[in-house]
Design a binder for this molecule. Structure first.
Ligand code: KIV
Length: 289
């Protein structure tokens, strides 16, 4: 198990007392050495301060995923998500967390045009949120950008396999790497982003044997989602994991029935409002006798 030390000391570099020392990106990267990760990396998505507070004690990494477009904003895909949204939610997650490393997804259209565009967007996300790094989608095509950002102090987590921002090109969210040619391309993508210096790779929605091959092939941690138990860590969208949606992809395991809990609470509240049982004596202010 990871342990975290209370740190209330200040210095010029850390001018405000921090209740806990955050996991750093180099420490995260170092969790995999000689091809093995003794303690799998625990990553969940977080979009709000309160959600971050609840998840932070249990996670190594909180990912401010662009899945917030669908989960929070009800958008049809991640494509309309903006830098403004990511910066605002990234800052909220930083305010609600103390020891997890926080990384933020770069939204579609904010990084693909050139390494310089990517630097400008990533720098804005880090400045406005205080997060430690960014994640971007793409393999060989993004290698130059990952190296460019890394050389300028911006740690990058890559994302290969099923890349949701490419849904229009992929034609859907089905698992990738089913045929040998596509599997070889995804493995080459993973090698290219690792060679470019990314600190971790999210591998999403691929055949288990391909995820295993990628995990064995690259020196940095591989975080799986719909991939393999042999990956160096796992990530899920928190709302999927807590059961906020009735339908989820095959790779999701529901650890709670949050939708059922919220619906039942709303139904009980509505019934009590309609019957005037709420507010009761304990919820109203009366002059003291
Ligand atoms: O946006 C997101 O939540 C993600 C995870 C699914 C890895 O990229």
């Amino acid at each position: 198990m990871s342990t975290y030390t209370i740190d209330t000391a200040t210095s010029r570099a850390t001018p405000t007392p921090a209740p806990m020392r955050r996991l750093t990106i180099p420490a995260l990267r170092a969790r995999k050495h000689d091809g093995a990760t003794a303690e799998p990396i625990v990553m969940l998505t977080a979009y709000t301060a309160r959600q971050a507070q609840l998840l932070d004690p249990h996670c190594d990494v909180l990912l401010v995923g662009d899945s917030l477009g669908q989960v929070i904003y009800g958008l049809p895909s991640t494509i309309p998500v903006t830098l403004d949204m990511m910066a605002a939610h990234g800052a909220a997650v930083m305010r609600g967390s103390y020891h997890s490393a926080v990384i933020i997804d770069m939204p579609f259209g904010s990084y693909e045009a050139s390494p310089a565009q990517a630097f400008e967007s990533a720098a804005r996300l880090l400045k406005e949120s205080g997060a430690a790094g960014v994640k971007l989608e793409g393999g060989q095509a993004m290698a130059e950008t990952i190296a460019f950002l890394g050389a300028r102090g911006i740690p990058v987590c890559a994302h290969v396999g099923l890349t949701p921002q490419a849904v229009n090109a992929l034609g859907g969210y089905g698992a990738r790497g089913r045929d040998d040619a596509e599997a070889a391309k995804i493995l080459a993508d993973a090698r290219a982003v690792a060679d470019a210096g990314c600190f971790a790779i999210v591998v999403e929605g691929v055949m288990e044997n391909l995820a295993d091959a990628i995990t064995a092939a690259v020196p940095c941690p591989v975080i799986g989602i719909g991939a393999s138990a042999a990956c160096d860590g796992q990530v899920l969208v928190t709302e999927d994991m807590i059961g906020m949606f009735e339908r989820t992809p095959r790779f999701v395991k529901r650890y709670a029935d949050a939708a059922g809990l919220v619906s039942a609470a709303a139904a009980a509240y509505a019934a009590e409002v309609r019957s005037r049982a709420f507010p009761g004596e304990e919820q109203v202010y009366r002059p003291k006798k």
